[in-house]
Design a protein around this ligand. Structure first.
Ligand SMILES: NC(=O)c1ccc[n+]([C@@H]2O[C@H](COP(=O)([O-])OP(=O)(O)OC[C@H]3O[C@@H](n4cnc5c(N)ncnc54)[C@H](OP(=O)(O)O)[C@@H]3O)[C@@H](O)[C@H]2O)c1
Length: 323
């Protein structure tokens, strides 16, 4: 496997790998069994060995399990890893029940995260969402205080809109915006991406395969017990329409001798030097394919075909990433 290149995350921001490792699915979030811990740790090690230093977690992923897992994995090799942590989401019995973004709560959350991770400083710390219950200025101001205290190095934000991003940036330089972005979900191109660019903010782009839609493996109808049934994108005629679009991706993948997933990830990385695809991988077998995606290049004809096939609005129905 080739070594991953590094990019700068935000103006004057940290150097991180161009491909990020999403660790969320190494823990049980919505209830259910915990995935194979040994394999998860081996995946983190193999990612680090290949120069993927960006590890993404949230204190609510498996109610702290994910941070403890990462803590175990980076023991003895802290300097190889860049740790990105989200906070604020509150779960109970595997159900999302809201956000807690109060300054007093943030000051508490960070100590728990540092202990679970077994580190002195979190590299990138960010609220997982904003909900209006606490002014953005207070949230970012509180994290800025943690930077002063040495508990946090850089400040990020996640799943927010352009106005919120402007407000956050007025308080403290924001290094990264974590946001869902894929060929199937391009709405952020209208306002949010230009705003991030204006402020020199790096993009950590997740859900590159749009909940599996772009892997080329889906068939209509999907199984009754598949959680994606809740989303209109995966229902009835919408799914049939959407899978017709995916045929274009499949055909291009066939011609280029790669997989549709690799193309979906490569399209995201091609959107700018400041954009990092953040991909969930909880088994080592995913790494070679996804690392190889970072070497894919597109001709202008190929890029035009993808951009027109997957123009904004071309994919019908939504997912949990509604904007
Ligand atoms: N800020 C937010 O609101 C937010 C929301 C969701 C996620 N995230 C972060 O973003 C990361 C990625 O998000 P995600 O998990 O929703 O999307 P994703 O990266 O598209 O992952 C979805 C699934 O794709 C599978 N996969 C990986 N490589 C593949 C390949 N080459 N071919 C086929 N399938 C492949 C993974 O399976 P395996 O697990 O089996 O390897 C995973 O279950 C998460 O880990 C999390 O850190 C952030």
């Amino acid at each position: 496997m080739s070594e991953i290149t590094k990019i700068q995350l935000g103006q004057n921001g940290p150097m991180v790998s161009k491909l990020g490792l999403g660790c969320m699915r190494m823990s049980s979030i919505w209830g259910g069994p915990t995935p194979d811990e040994k394999e998860s740790i081996a995946t983190i090690h193999q990612a680090l060995d290949n120069g993927i230093n960006f590890l993404n977690t949230g204190d609510f992923y498996g109610a702290g399990h994910n941070e403890m897992l990462i803590g175990k994995a980076i023991k003895g090799r802290r300097d190889d890893a860049f740790i990105s942590v989200k906070f604020g989401a509150i779960f109970h019995n595997g159900q999302w029940i809201g956000l807690d973004l109060r300054p007093v709560a943030i000051k508490n959350f960070v100590n728990y995260s540092l202990t679970r991770l077994g580190i002195e400083t979190i590299d990138l710390y960010q609220p997982s969402r904003m909900d209006g219950s606490v002014p953005i200025e207070d949230i970012i101001g509180t994290i800025a205080g943690l930077v002063e205290e040495g508990k946090v190095r850089h400040i990020g934000v996640s799943e927010i809109n352009a106005d919120q991003l402007r407000k956050a940036s007025s308080v403290y330089p924001i290094s990264a915006l974590e946001i869902g972005y894929s060929l199937a979900d391009r709405q952020i191109e209208a306002e949010l991406l230009p705003t991030a660019k204006e402020f020199g903010i790096g993009i950590v782009a997740f859900a590159n395969t749009a909940e599996g839609l772009l892997t080329g493996d889906l068939k209509a109808p999907i199984a009754a017990d598949d959680h994606r049934n809740h989303f209109s994108r995966f229902q009835g005629d919408n799914l049939i329409h959407n899978l017709e679009k995916v045929e274009v991706l499949k055909e291009m993948a066939r011609i280029k001798n790669v997989t549709p997933t690799q193309l979906a990830i490569a399209w995201v990385k091609e959107q700018g030097d400041h954009i990092m695809p953040l991909v969930s991988m909880s088994r080592r077998s995913r790494l070679p394919e996804n690392i190889a995606a970072m070497d894919i290049v597109f001709s202008s004809e190929e890029m035009n075909l993808l951009n027109s096939t997957f123009a904004i609005g071309a994919i019908k129905g939504g997912t949990y990433l509604q904007r």
